[in-house]
Design a protein around this ligand. Sequence first.
Ligand SMILES: [Zn+2]
Ligand SMILES: [Zn+2]
Length: 337
Amino acid sequence: MGPELHSPARYPQTMVRFTVLASGSKGNATVVTGGRTRILVDCGLSCRELFRRMKLAGEEPETLDAILISHEHSDHVGGVAVTARKLNIPVYFTEGTHRAWMRWLSPRRQMTYAQWLEQIRKQAAERQAEAVSEEGEPDESDLVLDSTPEPAESAEPAKLTESAPEKDPTWLPAVEYFAAGEAFEIGDIRISPFTTPHDAADPVGFVFDSEGVRMGFVTDLGYISPNVKAQLKDLNLLLLESNHDLEMLKDGPYPWAVKQRVMSRVGHLSNEAAAGFLEDDYDGQAAYVILAHLSESNNLPELARVTAERALNCRMRLLANLLLLAAQNEPLSSLYF
Ligand SMILES: [Zn+2]
Ligand SMILES: [Zn+2]
């Protein structure tokens, strides 16, 4: 079985379905189905737990066509390598996210000191050689790609997918790159990725388009930037972060440095900020509004709901929007179009 698209007969071809399997800082995963294509958006659950939740939600793991990653934080990528290998499907990243993910997984800590020293020397020599040949970019020269210190081999990112999975934790059956601002297609689903303000290498949100249904998907953002605002229009479904209640966060258990990080322009979206968007900027077109990535320490589902409801109710015509909350511990029932 290769990474080509599945087309099981048991699913009707004109169907759009959206299934949140998990949402929050302990793991994120959502299945977006359009026509004959099924995409897993983020893979922050272990493969075993992911499959368990998919079955609970009536989704079949074997029918997934691809995995799409928003950014490299562990609650979004924790299970990606095992899952992609098990299903033999490609993983779509931005190049920046893929590199950051590889750096995160590179087995620096498993090396002996002698191996590490050897690697540092090798990299320094390569850097020097590069600097002589051209004024190259040194920013990625600290990329540690392989712990085995074979002096004849240079570490080329392109070779990664050819090495053996048991030796290389970053090995994937296939890696595809996309870029924010450049729409692309996976099977029957058109994907428009856009940049989000968050403290990751190259974080993105998505608009999915299939069978004339548009679904906006954005979590892990410090604030709603003009760019994000511009994307979240004419949607049939909106999944939006509602991470924390500002007062709960301020009075909560996190150390001050973490509180500042969460509240910052590259942290997470508060209930108040999500409500501000719903009240002032949202066009009210979506049949479903899903609040997502709720903090377990600094939020309460009812608080998030009431804050968003108040914002929506301020505008009578938005009463038709069905407000839902994505949970950390159980899947949300599939939404059909
Ligand atoms: Zn997250
Ligand atoms: Zn994040």
